[in-house]
Design a protein around this ligand. Structure first.
Ligand code: BYC
Length: 315
């Protein structure tokens, strides 16, 4: 079959809601953009451990500490599923990790903001994991089988993450004292706009959306998902008695959605270019973790070689 026929057959197959598997023929562009998106997603999970990890030693009770450790561990697991899913496309994990460590690879803008108070852990669970779920529920139906299956597993844990964050916000904002309520509002003020930025540039500026929607890698546009998140989150903020820091936020009866203010795209572009408040710190922390773990990798390789030699002696 020539290239054009292959492309047509591929598009029909995708249009009929079939999943593409690792050994199926796929256009080079499809493989390339999937490697890009899945790798960025994997890096986001791993870098996402850092802002929350910052609070493990300072969680206010043993119960909170156990929950937070468990959540951060889940993120490492999500990173593993996603790197594995990316490897099925023919790229090796070392290459991806090298790109993260050199600062070449992108990861979600949200993890370049600092976690300055305990309420930030609540806000991350509520807003960041809340935004992640909206995006990832949609990606469960992505056309690439290994990515879709990873998303189904991840979403189950993500909803627990969102609830643990919201529960922290309830404790602070509804049942807390004046200082705790203030802390919750301050966290919402700082995390609201960066959470909206997680969905990426607006549809008119999104470089990859049109092709990736046609290939059904993405099932909803950046703006559709952002709107869904706003509509879902406003009543949650009202229940908490907190104010979303957007004077233009208003229910629009005719659209059946909330209108909201313009995102600061200059800030977004600076953060994804590496100039956010914590970009350098995050990349340095990942490099240090990799270097400090060298002895573990060497020991595991030596152990595997010893076992292989023992098995071949026995054979
Ligand atoms: N941050 O054409 P566009 C988590 C980049 S982890 C940084 O719209 P696309 C969690 C984009 O990559 C959740 N970069 O792109 C973990 C592209 O750059 P390149 C992470 C961004 O791919 C631990 C350029 O801007 N979720 O929840 O069609 C603890 C143009 O954008 C961002 C995922 O990764 C951003 N926010 O759509 C707690 C979801 N937005 O590659 C929680 C999977 C855009 O051309 N990814 N860029 O240099 C996606 O769904 C899509 O890739 C996006 C962007 C919606 C993010």
């Amino acid at each position: 079959m020539n290239e054009e026929k292959l492309l047509q057959a591929f598009q029909h197959y995708v249009d009929a809601e079939n999943k593409i598997e690792a050994k199926d023929w796929m256009p080079d562009g499809y493989r390339k953009t999937l490697i890009r998106q899945i790798a960025q997603h994997a890096h986001s999970e791993v870098v996402g451990m850092l802002p929350e990890g910052n609070w493990i030693t300072r969680a206010p009770s043993l119960r909170r500490k156990m929950i937070l450790i468990s959540k951060v561990q889940d993120e490492a697991g999500h990173g593993l599923y996603l790197y594995s899913s990316c490897e099925t496309l023919g790229v090796d994990r070392d290459t991806l990790i090298r790109e993260l460590h050199s600062g070449k690879a992108k990861y979600s803008s949200i993890f370049n903001y600092p976690t300055v108070s305990w309420a930030d852990i609540g806000a991350i669970g509520w807003l960041v994991d809340g935004a992640a779920i909206v995006n990832q529920v949609s990606l469960q139906r992505t056309s690439y089988g290994p990515y879709s299956r990873a998303m189904i597993r991840i979403c189950k844990e993500e909803s627990f993450h969102q609830r643990q964050g919201y529960e922290i916000m309830i404790a602070l904002a509804k049942h807390g004292n004046v200082a705790q309520k203030k802390m919750a509002q301050d966290a919402l003020n700082r995390w609201w706009w960066p959470s909206l930025m997680m969905f990426g540039p607006s549809d008119v500026s999104s470089a990859h959306s049109a092709q990736n929607m046609a290939w059904k890698i993405k099932r909803h546009s950046n703006d559709e998902l952002r709107q869904k998140f706003v509509d879902m989150t406003v009543p949650q903020a009202e229940y908490l008695g907190l104010t979303i820091p957007d004077p233009n936020l208003k229910w629009n009866e005719s659209r059946g959605h909330y209108d909201f203010g313009e995102i600061d795209w200059t800030e977004f572009n600076e953060v994804i270019k590496g100039n956010g408040p914590c970009n350098k710190q995050r990349v340095a922390a990942r490099n240090a973790a990799y270097d400090n773990g060298a002895w573990v990798r060497e020991a595991a390789t030596a152990h595997a070689a010893k076992r292989a030699a023992r098995n071949s002696d026995a054979a």
